[in-house]
Design a protein around this ligand. Structure first.
Ligand code: DGL
Length: 270
């Protein structure tokens, strides 16, 4: 049986999900968290649905074995492809990032034209378009993969000429669609918010799935009477490749120190 003092388990293909963890800490500072980044097999965004699902099960199983009360899939690619399958087998509440982002986009749009940017796999899955259409089928959704944003952010190039040019090149067609709302459908993209906003213009509302997901987690824990309220919450991290890069890049994503980190093995590596 899940208990309030158990940690929340969060997993991602690598470092990106730390943007979701950052929002969880801001919204629910009293919760203990365990974060798993599958850094040996990142990126998931270029892989087949079968492979993403296999990796997702391994991640979910590992976190279950650590005694978590809830699973958060802090990865748009995994949430797009495997949320249903993980939910069926997890035996605990599972929250993904697509539903919360889609709900926020539906409330924000006035002209019923919404853009979604993400990895190749997320856009190919049409998961955001489906989730938005279930809520309001009159909304037109335009998807666009922006794969180069991920390495750009990991390199720390979130401002400056290269970031501006990349964003301009990807987003110029999106600007022509007359959207008033753009979903940042990838864990890394919130770090490019300033550049994306400059390219798209002030009138386009940017939806940060990480912020929306943290709100959804709070609501779910409240509804299930599973909110933790402890003081001095613990933050544990597990990675599948060496921790050094995760720590240096991750501390920038998270805006805080990463301690208590351990390398683990999961399945067979790609
Ligand atoms: N975390 C992934 C996502 O949000 C981006 C990195 C990857 O391709 O694995 O889609």
């Amino acid at each position: 049986m899940p208990r309030n003092d158990m940690p929340i388990g969060i997993f991602d293909s690598g470092i990106g999900g730390l943007t979701v963890l950052k929002e969880i800490i801001a919204t629910l500072p009293g919760e203990n968290t365990i974060y798993l980044g599958d850094t040996a097999r990142v990126p998931y965004g270029i892989r087949s649905p079968e492979t993403v699902t296999r990796y997702s099960f391994e991640n979910a199983r590992f976190l279950s074995s650590k005694g978590v009360k809830m699973l958060v899939i802090a990865c748009n690619t995994v949430s797009s492809i495997s949320l249903g399958a993980v939910r069926k087998s997890a035996g605990m509440p599972v929250i993904g990032v697509i539903g919360p982002g889609a709900r926020a986009a539906v409330s924000a749009t006035k002209n019923r034209k919404v853009g979604v940017i993400g990895t190749e796999a997320t856009i190919r899955s049409s998961a955001y378009a489906r989730a938005i259409s279930v809520l309001d089928s009159s909304i037109e959704v335009f998807g666009l993969p922006c794969p180069l944003f991920v390495p750009l952010v990991e390199e720390g190039w979130t401002e400056g000429e290269v970031a501006e040019m990349t964003a301009e090149t990807y987003l110029k067609d999106m600007r022509d669609k007359n959207i008033d709302t753009l979903v940042l459908g990838c864990t890394h993209y919130p770090l490019l918010k300033n550049v994306i906003s400059r390219v798209m213009g002030d009138e386009v509302v940017l939806i940060d799935s990480a912020v929306e997901t943290a709100r959804a987690i709070k609501t779910a824990l409240t509804d299930l009477s599973l909110l933790g309220g402890g003081e001095g919450s613990t933050r544990h991290y597990y990675v599948t490749d060496s921790p050094e890069k995760f720590i240096s890049v991750g501390e920038r994503f998270l805006g805080r120190k990463i301690e208590y980190i351990e390398k683990i093995e999961l399945g067979s590596e790609a």
